[in-house]
Design a protein around this ligand. Structure first.
Ligand SMILES: NC(=O)c1ccc[n+]([C@@H]2O[C@H](COP(=O)([O-])OP(=O)(O)OC[C@H]3O[C@@H](n4cnc5c(N)ncnc54)[C@H](OP(=O)(O)O)[C@@H]3O)[C@@H](O)[C@H]2O)c1
Length: 231
């Protein structure tokens, strides 16, 4: 790293880990463009402190018209990092037969399909030797799934991981680094108050992992401590 100021596009920066990633990258001297689906006072507060280094854009990742409009608006940008963070939980604690169908289609559309569609729309704006990172979860690991908890969420992140590998194969860009990341179990509105990690520890780890893997032109499924996770 080093040299010119790096520029990240962080998708889903309103709260939780996304907001933490914005703060962490600003702290490391990056320029950041962050998207939110509705106004975020915390992110707006960060913008006011950021001396012009933070730009906020509006995007609901499941709305294809918004995706293409923002991709057109940002088409002249040159991002070093594209980070797809947005994700939801659904159906936790319920047998699959009790989960309402809109929740089922919603979680696959939000966690698996939409991050890939957004990455496809913005891939041309990512530097040839840049990085695209997807917020996965260790629960998406098929190889380590021995207890089946949160099975719908697990399946959505396993689907994301599969699509991440297809994305990289389709794009045939040898110098692009593609990561599926597990942030740890983190105290956010999704992770809950009893989760072991705070946001700062997780995002510091994730940023270190991305730096360590910068420029490798490979793909990996790793956690915030750079431990490889079985797909
Ligand atoms: N916390 C954990 O322990 C943990 C563990 C493994 C993986 N993860 C993953 O980490 C990511 C961030 O989660 P979090 O823990 O920070 O939870 P969070 O606080 O609930 O944040 C989720 C983020 O996703 C955004 N989002 C959801 N649907 C969206 C959509 N359709 N369009 C645009 N943005 C959307 C939310 O925006 P709004 O503010 O508008 O709702 C919010 O910024 C998720 O992908 C999650 O699956 C979390």
């Amino acid at each position: 790293m080093g040299g010119a100021m790096k520029h990240a596009l962080i998708v889903g920066g309103s709260q939780g880990l996304g907001l933490g990633l914005v703060r962490e990258h600003l702290g490391r001297g990056w320029r950041v463009t962050a998207t939110v689906r509705s106004p975020s006072p915390e992110l707006e507060f960060l913008r006011q402190q950021a001396n012009g280094c933070l730009t906020i854009e509006q995007l609901d990742i499941v709305k294809l018209d918004q995706v293409s409009a923002l991709a057109r608006k940002l088409s002249d940008q040159n991002f070093d990092l594209l980070f797809l963070n947005a994700g939801i939980m659904a159906g936790r604690g319920l047998p699959l037969s009790d989960v309402p169908e809109p929740d089922i289609s919603g979680i696959f559309l939000t966690n698996a399909i939409s991050p890939i569609r957004v990455a496809d729309a913005f891939a041309v704006t990512v530097a040839p030797d840049g990085m695209i990172a997807f917020m996965s979860s260790i629960l998406g690991s098929i190889g380590t799934n021995d207890d089946g908890r949160a099975e719908l969420y697990r399946a959505s992140k396993a689907a994301l991981n599969s699509l991440v590998r297809s994305f990289r194969a389709r794009h045939k860009r040898r110098d692009l680094t593609v990561l599926a990341l597990h942030p740890g179990v983190v105290r956010t509105s999704m992770g809950g108050a009893a989760a072991p990690l705070d946001i700062e520890t997780s995002v510091r780890g994730l940023a270190d992992v991305m730096e360590a893997r910068w420029g490798r032109g490979s793909q990996a499924f790793v956690d915030y401590q750079n431990e490889i996770i079985p797909w």
